[in-house]
Design a binder for this molecule. Structure first.
Ligand SMILES: [Fe+2]
Length: 182
């Protein structure tokens, strides 16, 4: 693709291909991808741990196909400034999230107020989009069934902040770069 418009022609109107993908577009992408049975079936599954395959997301987004053995999960984390979407393609996932905006920096522990916890069951075909600073953990709570999901993030994940949680107290444990997360 040409990077500079012709001097004699007006600059082309921005296209959706050059605009940052929206949450809705990311959700549409993960839904369409999750419906690709051949792709979903191509993900290697490992009973000992999660498996990942990197996908080409729309508009320069970062996308992943992830396999979740029974009982595995992410732990509490957020995705900093990235927005994203994910959908369960097989099995069922559970998302626990916080309906609260956390301070970005300058804290180590934070006591949550009552009523900020949300949870949603995501059986195959169900997903969600999320905005910046979304805090959640995602689990496969099944005792016997693998789950597979498709995720997309934009901008590509700059960092993931990981938290431990005891009761209502959240503690920032580490900040991971994407290369640590794989
Ligand atoms: Fe996440």
């Amino acid at each position: 693709m040409s990077v500079s418009p012709s001097a004699s022609a007006p600059a082309p109107a921005p296209t959706t291909a050059s605009a940052p993908p929206t949450q809705a577009e990311l959700l549409d992408f993960v839904r369409r991808t999750a419906a690709d049975a051949e792709l979903i079936a191509s993900l290697p599954l490992d009973p000992e741990g999660r498996t990942w395959v990197r996908l080409e997301g729309p508009g320069g987004s970062e996308a992943w196909l992830i396999g979740w053995p029974p009982g595995t999960g992410t732990g509490w984390h957020d995705h900093a400034e990235s927005v994203g979407a994910f959908v369960t393609a097989a099995g069922e996932l559970k998302e626990y999230s916080l309906a609260a905006r956390l301070p970005a920096d300058g804290w180590k522990t934070l006591e949550l107020t009552d009523g900020v916890d949300r949870e949603r069951r995501l059986p195959a075909g169900k997903g969600r989009a999320f905005g910046r600073h979304h805090v959640h953990e995602v689990l496969n709570e099944s005792t016997d069934e693998h789950a597979v999901s498709v995720h997309a993030y934009y901008p590509p994940l700059p960092q993931i902040r990981r938290y431990s949680r005891v009761g209502q107290v959240l503690r920032l444990e580490q900040v991971e770069r994407p290369e640590d997360w794989q």
